[in-house]
Design a protein around this ligand. Structure first.
Ligand SMILES: Cc1cc2nc3c(=O)[nH]c(=O)nc-3n(C[C@H](O)[C@H](O)[C@H](O)COP(=O)(O)O)c2cc1C
Length: 183
């Protein structure tokens, strides 16, 4: 699919067909994520694919609890992808983040996740970025090592309603840019 078309048809999908996602499609999304850029090429992102029904549902029950209950419905997505990220992938990243005082790793995981999402869209899959979950519970459930955090979950599956180009609710183009100074 043309990149423009992929960008235009992608939208957050919250209702999925009850159909298994093909392994080759999951691997194609992971390959797209693998090619994402990262600070100092640290490649800090690790994707945990939760496609076993029982494990996925146990995970959803754990991470979408209490104040995160409104997102429990994502349990019905055929696959949940926990996007895990190492805070300090290597010494250069560690030093760099300290010097600039900004967490490059958050940017890294977001780029990798969006590569995954765009490839999924290209394959006719539906996705939703999910941020409303307990990161603590996710990390406990996945037994992530120290220094590894979960900031993003991607819900993945074949959309109930086929992806098509619809108007996105967005700011006008001229509202999102300026040249040469902020204002
Ligand atoms: C970082 C991030 C976190 C999000 N968290 C949630 C979430 O917890 N639950 C949800 O239903 N949608 C979530 N979304 C989806 C947004 O609501 C959605 O992208 C936005 O409304 C624009 O709609 P669209 O994706 O259909 O274009 C999240 C999106 C991003 C980028």
């Amino acid at each position: 699919m043309e990149l423009d078309k992929v960008i235009k048809i992608r939208r957050s999908v919250r209702q999925f067909e009850n159909k298994e996602v093909k392994m080759e499609d999951i691997l194609a999304c992971l390959e797209a994520a693998r090619l994402a850029p990262s600070a100092c090429n640290g490649q800090p992102t690790h994707f945990v694919i939760l496609n076993d029904k029982k494990i996925k549902e146990d995970f959803a029950n754990a991470v979408f609890a209490g104040r995160f209950l409104p997102c429990r419905f994502f349990k019905n997505a055929p696959v949940l992808v926990a996007v895990c990220v190492k805070k300090n992938a290597n010494l250069t990243v560690k030093a760099g983040q300290k010097i600039v005082g900004r967490p490059f790793y958050l940017t890294d995981q977001a780029i990798a996740a969006e590569h995954f999402v765009l490839k999924a869209t290209d394959l006719g899959l539906g996705t939703c970025w999910v941020g409303w979950f307990s990161a603590k519970k996710a990390q406990e459930f996945l037994k992530t090592p120290r220094g590894v955090e979960v900031h993003t979950i991607i819900a993945l599956g074949y959309p109930k309603e086929k992806l098509k180009q619809t108007e996105h609710s967005r700011k006008k183009l001229e509202e999102i840019y300026s040249f040469n100074s902020y204002k």
